[in-house]
Design a protein around this ligand. Structure first.
Ligand code: HEM
Length: 528
């Protein structure tokens, strides 16, 4: 995405309804005689009005007004000494990107030259998924406590009674939250009124982590420095343009790219080791602070270029869903609480704004195949065909050689053994409250039920009920494993079941060695 399929005005297409049936004329409406009422059978007319009435989707609650374009990120420098992230270790690699610039506080339709920070959101389509950089044009932010965000934003929205923007609200809040001062100073400098969207820098603001295979990491902030410099307007010009051309930012971006003057940025990482962070004057997770460039110099890593205008604004920009939680391997979030809140907030609002399958919209779809167990829901464009919709165990038997399963379940990502260490042991495949090796525990109660509670009739019913189901299993492997499962409850139960379905008898699951025990922990089937 975006596909280069362009709907030319001259492509000769015949006018149709939304189900593709030709209609004589766009103004056609079926009615009873020349002056009679309209007909309910006229799908064309009803479809026209019904679709029109549903053209709007919710605008973004912040950053509603924006402009977008496509381009690429090219890796120019190798960072393999500090990260194993493929994006930063393959010099010459170019990844297709989409950007959306925005103002923050105003509604969709507000003036592009308003005094406001600017959003600078980039979707980088790598071979290992989309990395979204949801940045601003300022290196710091107003808050470091995420719970303040809705309050702070409300002060820039409309007063509940007057429906007017109210400077009192704005300054009442800011004056009582001094951590905002750094950003407020930038906002009220001429940087608060940039000359268009493409003449400004972009900053992660937040601290992220660049991780290596060995588990080591550096803290990092990303900077995109506009090759043409950060151009600004003075207040008078910005105010005049807000009246004369409220779409100044959209227009100048579009026309600059159309004229072949492709805006470009040099991308830098600024890094800090955990040891340096310990001694840093400020909390490394406080996004109201910058890191001195002298102490922590910028290191170039790539070039970011915009060279293509969207063909369709709504499809390629409005429907774009950027999230700081759309990360790729070795580019990780830190514990910055504002960032942590954002990891939740963006996909949450996408589900509201665009629907649960927002990542299936063409502009959001990763280049590499998405292979998981999410299915259905509104507008499931890529419902993953006949691929199974469940995972049978943590490491299915068929995955032990990691070639994927014969019936099409996705194979595991070959992640590093010490992955868990990077995350300080906070992540494991399952939160196991009982060791799975403790077979005794898991089968004790079902065994008691069978042996001590069920009488002969109940046992016979159980076997025949099971036989109807288990007998229908097609896979010999699954059938044998199922019989072992019942043998672990009670050997005679399993034997009766095997006899009823005409299958060979099976032994209970057994853990024979330490290594097998470990495998068993991950795959009950591996112990067969
Ligand atoms: C947009 C929440 C802080 C940059 C948004 C949206 C929400 C949101 C709900 C609308 C997204 C959409 O509808 O697609 C928050 C919260 C924050 C926070 C809860 C803090 C707790 C920040 C910070 C930055 C930032 C610190 C930059 C460093 C952006 C950008 C967009 C955006 C660039 C527009 C994305 C686009 O163009 O689609 N934010 N935000 N936000 N936010 Fe934040």
């Amino acid at each position: 995405m975006p596909s280069k399929q362009v709907f030319e005005a001259t492509d000769g297409a015949v006018y149709t309804t939304s189900n593709g049936a030709p209609v004589a004329h766009p103004y056609a409406a079926e009615r009873v005689g020349p002056f009679g009422p309209l007909l309910l059978q006229d799908f064309h007319h009803i479809d026209l009005l019904a679709h029109f009435g549903r053209e709007r989707i919710p605008e973004r609650v912040v950053h509603a007004k924006g402009a977008g374009a496509h381009g690429y990120f090219e890796t120019t420098h190798d960072l393999s000494d500090i990260t194993s992230c493929k994006l930063f270790t393959s010099v010459g690699q170019k990844v297709r990107s989409t950007v959306r610039f925005s103002t923050v506080g105003g509604e969709n339709g507000s003036a592009d030259t308003a005094r406001d920070p600017r959003g600078f959101a980039i979707k980088l389509r790598t071979e290992e998924g989309n990395l979204d950089w949801v940045f601003n044009n300022t290196p710091v932010f107003f808050i470091r406590d995420p719970a303040k965000f809705p309050h702070f934003i409300h002060t820039q929205k409309r007063d509940p009674q007057t429906h007017l923007k109210d400077p009192d609200m704005f300054w009442d809040y800011l004056s009582q939250n001094p951590e905002s001062a750094h950003q407020v100073m930038i906002l009220f400098s001429d940087r608060g009124t940039p000359d268009g969207y493409h003449n400004m820098h972009g900053y992660s603001g937040h601290t992220f982590k660049l991780v290596k295979d060995d588990g080591s990491f550096v803290y990092t902030q990303i900077h995109l420095i506009a090759d043409g410099g950060f151009k600004t307007f003075d207040n008078a010009t910005a105010t005049r343009l807000a009246g004369e051309n409220p779409e100044y930012g959209i227009q100048s971006l579009f026309e600059t790219i159309e004229a072949g003057k492709f805006p470009s940025w040099t991308v830098y990482v600024q890094t800090m080791t955990p040891a340096q962070a310990e001694k840093f004057r400020y909390n490394v997770l406080d996004l109201t602070k910058i890191w001195s460039h002298k102490e922590f110099p910028l290191r170039p890593v790539g070039k970011f270029v915009l060279n293509e205008n969207p063909q369709n604004y709504f499809a390629e920009v409005e429907q774009a869903a950027f999230s700081p939680s759309h990360l790729i391997p070795y580019f990780e979030a830190t514990a910055d609480p504002v960032l942590q809140s954002r990891l939740f907030s963006y996909p949450d609002t996408h589900r509201h704004r665009l629907g649960v399958n927002y990542n299936q919209l063409p502009v959001n779809t990763p280049l590499n195949p998405v292979a998981n167990f999410q299915r259905d829901g509104p507008m499931a464009f890529n419902n993953q065909g006949a691929r199974p919709n469940y995972q049978s165990s943590i490491t299915p038997l068929t995955f032990l050689n990691n070639k994927g399963s014969s019936h099409g379940t996705p194979r595991d990502y070959e992640r590093q053994a010490n992955h868990e260490n990077w995350l300080s042991g906070a992540f494991w495949d399952l939160s196991e409250i009982t060791e799975r090796m403790e077979l005794k525990l898991d089968f004790e109660q079902p065994r008691a039920l069978y042996q001590q509670v069920m009488d002969d009739t109940a046992k016979a019913h159980l076997v025949s009920n099971l036989a109807g189901h288990v007998g229908a299993i097609k896979s010999a492997e699954v059938k044998a494993r199922t019989l072992s499962y019942f043998a672990s409850v009670d050997q005679s139960l399993s034997d009766r079941l095997a006899q009823a379905i005409g299958a060979p008898t099976a032994k209970p699951f057994a853990v024979k060695s330490a290594s097998e025990a470990l495998r068993f922990k991950h795959n009950i089937g591996a112990a067969l």
